[in-house]
Design a protein around this ligand. Structure first.
Ligand SMILES: Nc1ncnc2c1ncn2[C@@H]1O[C@H](COP(=O)(O)OP(=O)(O)O)[C@@H](O)[C@H]1O
Ligand SMILES: [Mg+2]
Length: 366
């Protein structure tokens, strides 16, 4: 049995004429780490707050541990939550901040001490134990906020953009710490983020949302390799997937700038019955030609590099092709310069095709 279940959950705020969340369905297994991801305003926080009990559920059913929780008070749902704008008590030490909630819950003081010792240890806060928040760095404060939540030892852990206020480097290290923490605590976790990298790197499964509607639920690589529509394809992965409006002809596809590309039969077969589609291809699936790509000679194209991004570990090469600014991701050893004319091979089996009207994926990868 799944631990958390959302059945046709909808939310319509008073005074808002549109639904903020529509027909949200999801089953979450015990100990799973789920990420809700999507652009700002897509309904992630609203959904999380309905699970926590801080927002009323307009319609649908919420089950936690098999019991309907729609009307249950937040304190009785067995959850602890970390917000983006967590407020620590400025006049209290780290230790007091962490123990405060437990005191309110009337936990015996010996147990409080034991839990605080454990949290301080696991979060690496030992040497800051008697400091006040103003004397801590952003990352240390964030760890205190996590500490406050984990000592409650609840089965369900909810986090709403907990790392958004941290700088990039700290975000990466906290990302790791939260993943490790999740493994050692084993609590079921729902993590809200607008950052697809956080979702990809941390989650067992990702729920990707747009305009209050779940687009796709799946493991990170399922979403990456088999996006169900153009939105998911474009949201997951950086740099963004290249999208081309193409016409389908007997041999393959014709780009809007008139360039033609023959496709192998297996790929062409997916396009039967279509005369106009969107072709998507990720930057790493556009290869700088080398002779061993002869097998894909039909998909070789010439282009002139008009910008480069040297990332250190790899390079992004930009060029005008097929009516758009395209990007190829190549290895750091494949150095090219602006103005170079290069042969690129579009790996045909890595192309994604989307219905031009519905934007739904036409077929999966072969
Ligand atoms: N209290 C509210 N009253 C009316 N509309 C709201 C309220 N809170 C959020 N919304 C709207 O609901 C939608 C989803 O918001 P939210 O869940 O905060 O998105 P996210 O967390 O994904 O950025 C947005 O369009 C937002 O403007
Ligand atoms: Mg939000």
């Amino acid at each position: 049995m799944s631990y958390v279940e959302l059945k046709n959950i909808c939310k319509k705020y008073k005074g808002n004429d549109k639904n903020s969340v529509t027909d949200f369905n999801l089953e979450i297994e015990e100990k799973e780490f789920i990420a809700f991801v999507g652009p700002s305003g897509c309904g992630k926080s609203t959904t999380l707050r309905m699970i926590a009990g801080f927002e009323d559920i307009t319609s649908g059913d919420l089950l936690i541990g098999g019991s309907r929780m729609n009307e249950t008070a937040p304190a009785d749902r067995g959850i602890s939550m970390v917000f983006q704008n967590y407020a620590l008590y400025p006049h209290m030490t780290v230790e007091k901040n962490i123990s405060y909630g437990l005191k309110n819950m009337k936990v015996p003081s010996a147990e409080i001490q034991r839990k605080v010792d454990w949290a301080v240890e696991i979060l690496g806060l030992e040497e800051y134990r008697y400091r006040k928040p103003k004397n801590l760095s952003g990352g240390q404060r964030q760890r205190v906020a996590l500490g406050r939540a984990i000592v409650k030892n609840q089965k369900l852990f909810l986090m709403d953009e907990p790392l958004s206020n941290l700088d990039t480097k700290l975000r990466v290290s906290m990302r790791n710490e939260i993943s490790k923490l999740h493994r050692s605590l084993g609590s079921t976790t729902i993590y809200v983020t607008h950052d697809q990298v956080e979702a990809m790197t941390m989650a067992d499964r990702i729920v990707i949302m747009k305009d209050g509607v779940v687009q796709q639920v799946g493991k990170p690589m399922e979403l990456y390799e088999h996006p169900i529509n153009k939105f998911v394809a474009g949201f997951i992965g950086s740099p963004q997937m290249n999208f081309y409006d193409v016409k389908v002809d007997g041999e393959g596809i014709v780009f809007s700038d008139g360039k033609k590309m023959k496709l192998p039969d297996a790929v062409k077969g997916k396009l039967q019955g279509y005369d106009h589609v969107v072709m998507g291809i990720r930057g790493e699936d556009i290869k700088l030609d080398s002779s061993n790509m002869e097998v894909y000679a039909e998909c070789r194209q010439k282009a002139v590099i008009d910008n480069t991004e040297i990332m250190g570990n790899e390079n992004n090469l930009y060029f005008q092709f097929g009516g758009i600014t395209s990007v190829a991701r190549v290895s750091k050893y494949e150095v090219s310069q602006v103005g170079d004319e290069i042969d690129f091979v579009f790996m045909p089996h890595k192309m994604h095709f989307f219905d031009a009207k519905t934007e739904l994926a036409i077929t999966a990868d072969v």
